[in-house]
Design a binder for this molecule. Structure first.
Ligand code: SF4
Length: 410
């Protein structure tokens, strides 16, 4: 009913028809592009039912709004909504707004022998304490009211996190983008794209600088100096004549060079820290605590390095070479480093002392939020690549690069 796509997935009255979570994309006016997860039912207690329930709970944890569909006639006959109440409790734990959708097939109503279905719905509402909406899933006319209900539930929740706070109109922001053999052609990476879009929208001025890191780190003084002068020449053009240079945002792998070169009064941060701020909903305190927990790592500890996408590895890769190299100094030869790449993430995080996560530009904020929440619940420190690299390089530098985002957004 919601997507209006009857043929999208197999639909049947037989219980257990939906096994895996079905995903549909839909533009909902006022909310923008939305992902709809249609999960399997959670009321089956076979071993397959357990797997279905796990998937349903995972989808719930990655959502902004959870619509719990209750077959009202069945619930009245059952006399309780205990399963649904457990879902609501779980959603609350993840701060996810919930609405109950009572689905009713009016032709079945006569089996209730005159009992008032709406009165039952009110009784269940009193138990659940969440808003509800009554519809008939096979009545196309109910679609617009259902969408209005979703719009209303989400309107109160929607918060826009500023990607780059404190950048004024007409201010310049220098984006340092080193290109190496791993850099894709004919496109920028998503965090770079996102920063440029935000700056343009804000009438600020992005200035893109390709730094040659090979030259910047060269043993040859003249070569290194040439690259330094090229970069500083650009910086001085903006900071020398006015105070309009708001920020220098660099790829984390160039932190060592950029931080050494630019004057200390110029605000500096990285794409990775920008993403962590954005993905964490504006609260980076947990990630800062996580990076500090790295100081307590000791010989034999187990660390998880997590990347949200798969990509083929080149030499000096951040996730598989640079970060493990730094970690080894802390956890020694007996320590263990595990990796998780792509959309999978371990179910049990308790073996790990620390999780170091990439900027997560390829997954949505909800999926990332679930990972952070899971780490919090299981008492495991969690931080981000950019945080880790800058903190390990220089603690004063770390303070400087997170400063740009150190304000609470709720
Ligand atoms: S998802 Fe993570 S590993 Fe993949 S490109 Fe984005 S930041 Fe890099």
């Amino acid at each position: 009913l919601l997507s209006g796509q009857k043929e999208y997935a197999i639909v049947d009255e037989t219980p257990g028809t939906t096994s895996d979570t079905v995903l549909a994309l839909m533009e909902i006016h006022g909310l923008g592009p939305c992902k709809l997860f249609d999960t399997a039912g959670i009321d089956e207690y076979s071993s397959l039912g357990e797997k279905r329930r796990k998937k349903a709970y995972e989808a719930l944890e990655e959502s902004d709004l959870c619509c719990i569909v209750i077959d009202l006639i069945l619930a009245i006959k059952r006399g309780n909504i205990d399963l649904e109440l457990a879902l609501i409790k779980h959603a609350k734990k993840y701060n996810i707004k919930t609405v109950i959708i009572y689905n009713i097939f009016w032709e079945e109503e006569k089996s209730l022998k005159g009992q008032d279905v709406k009165q039952y719905a009110e009784t269940f509402d009193a138990l659940s304490g969440v808003p509800s909406h009554l519809l008939s899933a096979n009545n196309e006319e109910d679609q617009s009211d259902f969408i209005a209900c979703i719009q209303q539930c989400r309107a109160a929740e929607k918060r826009d996190i500023q990607l780059l706070p404190n950048v004024q109109k007409d201010a310049f922001v220098v984006l340092v983008i080193p290109m190496d053999e791993e850099t894709p052609t004919l496109r920028l990476l998503r965090p770079q794209d996102m920063a440029i879009e935000r700056l343009l929208r804000n009438f600020s001025i992005p200035v893109l600088f390709r730094m040659d890191l090979t030259k910047a780190r060269s043993e040859n003084f003249q070569e290194r100096n040439e690259e330094k002068n090229r970069f500083l020449g650009l910086i001085q053009r903006f900071s020398g004549t006015s105070d309009l240079l708001s920020l220098v945002l660099t790829d984390s792998q160039a932190f060592d060079v950029v931080a050494d070169w630019i004057p200390h009064n110029v605000p500096l941060s990285s794409f990775s820290i920008m993403m962590a701020h954005y993905m964490s909903g504006g609260n980076i305190d947990f990630l800062i605590e996580g990076v500090q927990a790295g100081d307590t790592l000791k010989e034999g500890d187990h660390v998880l390095i997590a990347e949200a996408c798969n990509h083929n590895r080149k030499c000096n890769d951040i996730g598989t070479v640079q970060i493990p190299r730094l970690l080894r100094k802390k956890i020694g030869k007996t320590g263990e480093i595990s990796f998780s790449f792509g959309r999978t993430f371990p179910d049990d995080l308790t073996p790990y002392k620390l999780i170091v996560h990439c900027g997560a530009c390829m997954i949505d904020r909800q999926k990332y939020r679930r990972r952070v929440q899971k780490a919090k619940e299981e008492g495991v420190a969690f931080t981000n690549y950019g945080f880790f690299l800058s903190y390990e390089k220089n603690k004063a530098l770390f303070k400087r690069v997170v400063q740009v985002f150190m304000h609470k957004e709720g």
